[in-house]
Structure formats: C-alpha cells, structure tokens
Ligand binder design. Structure first.
Ligand SMILES: [Zn+2]
Length: 84
C-alpha cells in the first residue's frame, strides 16, 4: 500500500514540521522533527515509513511499535480559496 510515508523522505520535511508519534501499545505520544530524527541517526535519505518502523515508543519500558502522523500548523490555512 502506498501512502505519503512511502513517498516522503526525511529531507522533504520542512523545518519546524512536526510528526506526531503514537504508540500502538500504550498510546504514549511524542513528537519528531527533521532535526530530532537526524539527531538519533543520519536519516535524510530515509523514507518516513522506514522511520516509522525504526522508531519505538518513548515511554519507559514500553518500546512498542508506533504510528506516524502529520501535525497541522493551523487548521484554516488550507481553506483560503475564494476569499480573494
Ligand atoms: Zn508505548
């Protein structure tokens, strides 16, 4: 199945774009940015589905599998059409 995670690489992320990381086991949420991903390991060439597989839950003692999601910066910015 193809999704944005298969087509976007870490280097395609904008500075400040946050990814929400939700643990499938315990529900713990933390956030990643391009910088924080590269702090853990050099990852600019990796696709985001690979990052999803490599990332584990940050909760103490859990280390469960996670799901990545984009965090939108502002809800209404995508709906400006027709207001000009
Ligand atoms: Zn967890």
């Amino acid at each position: 199945m193809t999704s944005w995670k298969d087509t976007l690489q870490v280097r395609d992320l904008e500075q400040g774009q946050r990814l929400e990381v939700t643990c499938k086991t315990c529900g713990h949420v933390h956030y990643l940015t391009r910088d924080s991903i590269n702090d853990a390991r050099p990852s600019d060439q990796r696709y985001l589905d690979e990052i999803e597989r490599l990332t584990v839950c940050g909760a103490r003692g859990c280390r469960g599998k996670v799901r990545l999601a984009f965090v939108r910066n502002g809800d209404t910015s995508g709906f400006v059409g027709g207001l000009a």
